[in-house]
Design a protein around this ligand. Structure first.
Ligand SMILES: [Cu+2]
Length: 128
C-alpha cells in the first residue's frame, strides 16, 4: 500500500463522515429536539385541578418533577391548596382565581384547604 493510496482512503472516509454529519444536523434542522426524541426524557406536563363543590377534582394526581399544577377555584367560597406540612401553599383563591406551582422531586405531596380541612388530596411524584 502506497502513501498515496492511504491518503486516498482517508480522503474518501472523510467525505463519508461529512455526509453522515450533515445528515444528522439535517435532523436537527427539522426541529427534532434530541433531548425529547429520547424516550427516557419526557416533556413537562401542565396539570389542571379544579376546586368545585368543596373538592379537588383530582384526589390523586400523578406528576413528575418539572411539571406544573394549576388549581382554579370554581366555588363561591374561598379555598387554598396547602401542603399538610405547610411547605407550600397557594394564596387564598377566590371564585375564578388560579394558582400555579412547579413540582420538584421533593415537593410535599399531601395537601388540603386551610379553610376546609376535610378537603384533602394528594400528588404522586413519579419519575425524575
Ligand atoms: Cu376550602
Amino acid at each position: 500500500m502506497t502513501i498515496a493510496s492511504i491518503i486516498k482512503r482517508w480522503a474518501s472516509l472523510s467525505v463519508l463522515l461529512l455526509v453522515i454529519a450533515s445528515l444528522l444536523s439535517g435532523c436537527n434542522a427539522t426541529g427534532i429536539n434530541n433531548a425529547y426524541a429520547d424516550d427516557s426524557v419526557v416533556a413537562p406536563t401542565a396539570h389542571v385541578v379544579d376546586i368545585k363543590d368543596f373538592k379537588f377534582s383530582q384526589a390523586l394526581l400523578n406528576v413528575k418533577p418539572g411539571d406544573s399544577i394549576t388549581w382554579t377555584n370554581l366555588d363561591i367560597a374561598p379555598h387554598t391548596a396547602t401542603a399538610v406540612d405547610k411547605s407550600w401553599t397557594s394564596p387564598e383563591l377566590k371564585t375564578g382565581e388560579s394558582y400555579t406551582m412547579q413540582v420538584s422531586a421533593d415537593t410535599s405531596t399531601a395537601y388540603f384547604c386551610i379553610y376546609h380541612p376535610s378537603m384533602v388530596a394528594a400528588l404522586e411524584i413519579v419519575g425524575g
